[in-house]
Write a protein that binds this ligand. Structure first.
Ligand code: ADP
Ligand code: MG
Length: 380
């Protein structure tokens, strides 16, 4: 739970006055569209009702002061000494100041006191939440006129160039652009977006998010090989990216490597599923999305081979316990699953998964229900 009184008290302790304002940005889950982003494809995330909140104010001494209530640190850095590649959690925030200045925005010193209830490192994008909250804070404090997509891009530059994590735009776009009760359809090639209605509560559904708490071992290497295989396949097929494969059977018949066949089949069918989900959400009952979630999971398990036993057990148990559809969400090798359930059932299904984990000798998962929430903005 976010404690905004504690946040403001910590700000007052630091600055000796009230913050100039409070700004927030949420974490996100990806409803569907996994490993499609670097193939120039489609994704459909929505923002969580879990968020980072920053109490912010300007300073006139060129200093940046970063405080995280979660980590308890207080870190001082002069604006003139920002250096890409700096280690530590504050580099996500410092990177935003650096990226803003690189983009020509006049940003000076600031007190940035932060708290967040997005779980760290669970694949729910706690990093984008703190970056996008920082963009929102500094844009208002320094009167910068930056449109939402540009804000997302600046947050991404912070993560890619300053922190040094090679991520796509999905996380920052979701954290910045999302609307309440909507998903965000994003075309990763053109960066066109469209808000897609996800009226879960209104239609009598809930979305369970369950963190398997599985440590992500070898995840960077596995990500790299998946990416390289996709690039090699696109080259073999003579297309700029796998997004451009229009006839899957014809494409697969041109490939002789069994692994490559599976990877291509996942990416192409996953893109099709995102487009289907996009169409269905606009017109149909959300329960019709459920088979797409199931198919996405099977494809990640069998073709892209990025699931692990905890994740598969969580999804199988969710389904056996009455979830309408379920899938792993995020890059894979652990992390979270999502399950679409009838209203009132998510909590019990989460408990059933925890019981199954206990029986299998796996660690304890953490779970909660989520409602599609709005992207970054000012809180007070
Ligand atoms: P994810 O984005 O999936 O949560 P990442 O590894 O991309 O995982 O980002 C997690 C990192 O973001 C943490 O290790 C920490 O450096 C930083 N971070 C996120 N939330 C906070 C917070 N509340 N306080 C300090 N640092 C945070
Ligand atoms: Mg992250």
């Amino acid at each position: 739970m976010l404690d905004l009184d504690a946040l403001k008290a910590r700000y007052r302790e630091l600055a000796g006055e009230e913050p100039e304002g409070l700004w927030f940005a949420p974490g996100r889950v990806n409803l569907i569209g996994e490993h499609t982003d670097y193939n120039d494809g489609f994704v459909l995330p929505f923002a969580l009702d879990k968020m980072a909140v920053i109490a912010g104010g300007r300073r006139d001494d060129d200093q940046l002061v970063f405080i995280s209530l979660e980590l308890g640190d207080e870190i001082w850095t002069p604006v003139s000494e920002l250096e890409p590649g700096t280690q530590g959690w504050h580099s996500y925030l410092a990177g935003v100041v650096w990226a803003l200045r690189e983009a020509g925005h006049d940003v000076g010193g600031a007190n940035l006191v932060m708290t967040s209830d997005v779980p760290l490192g669970a694949g729910l994008s706690s990093s984008a939440a703190i970056e996008c909250a920082t963009v929102a804070t500094l844009a208002d404090l320094y009167g910068l006129d930056i449109d939402p997509m540009e804000r997302a891009k600046i947050a991404r530059v912070a993560e890619n160039a300053y922190v040094g994590a090679p991520t796509g735009l999905l996380d920052q776009a979701a954290s910045t652009l999302c609307q309440a009760d909507h998903g965000l359809f994003l075309d990763c090639r053109t960066l066109e977006t469209e808000h897609v209605p996800l009226p879960m509560a209104e239609q009598g559904y809930e979305m369970l998010v369950l963190d398997t708490k599985t440590p992500h071992s070898h995840v960077d290497g596995e990500y790299g090989t998946r990416r390289a295989t996709c690039e090699a396949a696109a080259e073999k097929l003579g297309v700029p990216a796998l997004r451009d494969v229009t006839d899957l059977d014809a494409a697969l018949s041109q490939l002789d490597d069994e692994t490559m066949v599976k990877r291509v089949r996942h990416v192409v069918t996953e893109n099709e599923r995102v487009l289907k989900a996009f169409d269905l959400a606009r017109t149909a009952d959300l329960s019709e999305l459920a088979p797409l979630l199931d198919a996405s999971h099977a494809s990640m398990r069998d073709d892209y081979e990025i699931t692990v036993p905890t994740v598969d057990l969580a999804v199988d148990t969710a389904k056996a316990s009455g979830a309408l559809g379920a899938r792993m969400t995020g890059g894979g090798f652990g992390g979270c699953i999502i399950a679409l359930t009838r209203a009132g059932e998510a909590e019990r299904i989460g408990q059933d998964i925890a019981d199954a984990f206990d029986e299998a000798g796996f660690g304890e998962p953490v779970w909660f229900t989520v409602t599609p929430a709005p992207g970054a903005g000012r809180l007070a």
